[in-house]
Design a protein around this ligand. Structure first.
Ligand SMILES: NC(=O)c1ccc[n+]([C@@H]2O[C@H](COP(=O)([O-])OP(=O)(O)OC[C@H]3O[C@@H](n4cnc5c(N)ncnc54)[C@H](OP(=O)(O)O)[C@@H]3O)[C@@H](O)[C@H]2O)c1
Length: 260
């Protein structure tokens, strides 16, 4: 995204977020990067500065709505905001999801995205449009898990489905106001989140490649970016199965209960 001079990314201390930051880092670019782990975030800051970017790191938990609003409001003009921070957990077959797991996942994956996107929308709708008529672009990292019910990780799938439906639905009116919204639904990406998976991960992709696909989709103003496309198709087809059949297939595929 050559025209991005200023971007803000949550969860930039690892995986997809750090790959996005490094893909955007170049002379003339200003990056606002957040995470909770100061050591890992600092390593990304150093890498982005080495590529010539001006970088402003922030240790902020996306669940802290006030801190998120203040951070985003104070960032100045933002061409791009990516609500990327998220956590994953699955249920071991036959074990119900723990209440605290469900609450934590919704708080980070859903409230955390809301805490990022609402202040970003408020800031972007007030800033002047660029030469392409766009005031700003927002991407939210959902998941392929948004496209079908996931009995092996109900809160994760539900949090991602809510993000996807909210972002795609909101995008219709926001586009008329000059802000594009893109829901990003990746399949398996090689990051800390998938590092412990013991099961086959079809279409597993490096975070750098995923970052390029994500940035291309957001730059094109697409409402939803699903990749790899064939995993998206298979997931949508699986979503048509009765829940018992989906659960049985999931047990075969995800023996430890995790998923993208
Ligand atoms: N990997 C996949 O296969 C895959 C597939 C589809 C979608 N996704 C989604 O992609 C996003 C990034 O995941 P990833 O694979 O890159 O995982 P990751 O390497 O584990 O990175 C997760 C990032 O989220 C941040 N984070 C987590 N909780 C946070 C909180 N409460 N406040 C602020 N930051 C928080 C982490 O920061 P700290 O470590 O500093 O706390 C870290 O930077 C997630 O939303 C995930 O659900 C991943």
């Amino acid at each position: 995204m050559q025209n991005v001079r200023s971007a803000l990314i949550t969860g930039a201390s690892s995986g997809i977020g750090s790959a996005l930051a490094e893909a955007l880092a170049r002379p003339g670019a200003t990056l606002h990067l957040s995470g909770r782990d100061a050591v890992r975030l600092d390593a990304v800051v150093v890498a982005c500065r080495a590529r010539g970017a001006t970088v402003h790191p922030a240790i902020i938990d996306v669940r802290d709505a006030e801190a998120m609003a203040a951070w985003i409001a104070g960032a100045g003009r933002l061409d791009l905001v990516v609500a990327n921070a998220g956590v994953s957990a699955g249920t071991i077959a036959g074990t119900p999801e723990a209440p605290e797991t469900a609450r934590a996942i919704f708080a980070i994956n859903l409230d955390g995205v809301v805490n990022t996107v609402l202040p970003a929308l408020a800031a972007m709708t007030r800033q002047p449009a660029g030469s392409d008529g766009v005031r700003g672009r927002i991407g939210a990292i959902a998941s392929i898990a948004a496209l079908a019910v996931t009995p092996w990780g109900p809160a994760y799938g539900a949090s991602k489905a809510a993000v996807d439906a909210w972002i795609v639905g909101s995008g219709v009116e926001m586009r008329k106001r000059g802000v594009t919204l893109t829901s990003v639904c990746p399949g398996y990406i090689r990051t800390a989140m998938t590092a412990g998976h013991q099961f086959p991960m079809p279409g597993l992709m490096d975070a750098d490649r995923a970052a390029r696909i994500i940035l291309r989709g957001i730059a094109a103003g697409r409402s939803r970016v699903v990749f790899p496309w064939w995993i998206g198709l298979a997931t949508r087809a699986a979503g048509l199965l009765p829940t018992w059949a989906l659960a049985a297939a999931g047990r075969l595929l995800h023996r430890d209960g995790d998923h993208p």
